[in-house]
Design a protein around this ligand. Structure first.
Ligand SMILES: *Cc1c(COP(=O)(O)O)cnc(C)c1O
Length: 351
């Protein structure tokens, strides 16, 4: 740390992204990216946008916001776009937590990081023994609530009516529902945004839309909450979405067929993968996401993680309380999964 750095950042413990190694080819099942290329129309859309790279992007993102509004059946002033949903979550911690934040003990790793970064007091609510979120623990909290649905890294989802009850019992608090994985089989609460002005739904193009490298996230909610987000954006980085990403994402969101085909494939492969893993003795949660969350009663997850890495397969292992004996395995293409099964089988038999 240099002598110029602000002392308030001395104790920061940053988010640890899953590794993106370049030294050798890996089967990458560690960061929940899509194994499929972006929608076919994306290449042409980006190519067409290249000659205008000398100009700043549209800070209003008008074309993309209109396409999003049409896709999600809301008004375009109910849509906000961010440089990844991480940026939007950061804005939420920064702007909407005057009375603190509340989130589950096991959830997206960035919530505690942002809380620390913006010096926000947090109420950490333990998941039940079976890793489920209990809506009864989310009544009258009087602080901003963050819920990943489906949750990460468990993959478990709450049905829409249970989120509605949390919204109902916390009318005076903003409830941010992080739907990064919703397209893989859970119920979105976007249809509730006109019923609850305290709801902000956050989503991403990084998983179901095959655009992790483009960095695009969205928020859908009440237009006054969206205006607040815009105020933060225009006070920080008005050009937060580059023009290539605006072009790519507009093409992606307009291709509903390709989106459905990709998410259907992941759901099918996930079901098969869970069968295979259970036959090997693993316990898996009932995941509604594009990953599997698994533990083996006899073999430590850390060892399996290392063995898989040696075999050229990356999965995620979190050295954290309650989940240190679990692995989070992204659902890849069928070929990638075959390589995983072989490596896992060998690991389980020889550890
Ligand atoms: C991947 C993920 C995000 C971040 O997505 P980006 O749009 O790539 O920043 C947000 N929330 C959860 C729960 C995620 O898993």
């Amino acid at each position: 740390m240099s002598r110029f750095f602000h002392p308030k950042f001395k104790a920061l413990s940053p988010y640890a992204p899953g590794e993106q190694p370049l030294d050798r080819p890996f089967v990458k099942l560690n960061t929940n990216e899509s194994p499929f290329p972006p929608a076919p129309g994306v290449l042409e859309a980006v190519t067409k946008a290249v000659p205008r790279l000398n100009l700043y992007p549209d800070n209003n993102c008008a074309g993309l916001r209109n396409a999003m509004a049409a896709r999600y059946q809301v008004e375009s002033d109910q849509v906000f776009l961010g440089n990844g949903s991480d940026e939007i979550l950061a804005f939420c911690f920064q702007g909407f937590c005057p009375d603190g934040a509340a989130y589950a003990d096991i959830s997206y790793g960035f919530y505690p990081v942002y809380a620390q970064f913006y010096q926000i007091k947090s109420q950490v609510i333990p998941l039940a023994e079976d890793f489920t979120v209990r809506p009864n623990n989310y009544v009258g909290l009087e602080k901003t609530i963050f819920i990943a649905n489906p949750n990460a890294p468990t993959g478990l989802a709450l049905p829409r009516d249970e989120i509605a009850s949390i919204l109902h019992w916390n009318r005076s608090s903003l409830v941010v529902v992080d739907e990064a994985y919703v397209d893989f089989g859970a119920e979105s609460v976007v249809p509730l945004v006109n019923d609850y002005d305290n709801l902000l739904v956050v989503g991403t193009f990084s998983k179901s839309r095959s655009l992790a490298g483009g960095r695009l996230g969205y928020a859908i909610g009440n237009s006054s909450v969206i205006s607040d987000l815009k105020l933060i954006k225009y006070s920080f980085n008005p050009y937060n979405i580059n023009s290539l990403t605006q072009a790519a994402a507009t093409a992606a969101v307009q291709d509903e067929d390709y989106f459905c085909e990709c998410t259907r494939k992941i759901i099918k492969t996930r079901a098969h993968a869970q069968q295979v893993l259970r036959k090997m003795g693993f316990f898996c949660t009932d995941s509604s996401a594009n990953f599997i969350f698994a533990t083996h009663p006899k073999i430590p997850a850390e060892q399996i993680h290392h063995r898989l890495r040696d075999a050229g397969v990356l999965v995620r292992w979190f050295n954290k309380p309650r989940i240190s004996n679990h692995l989070r395995i992204t659902v890849g293409s069928d070929q990638e999964m075959e390589i995983l099964y072989e490596a896992l089988d060998l690991a389980v038999k020889t550890i």
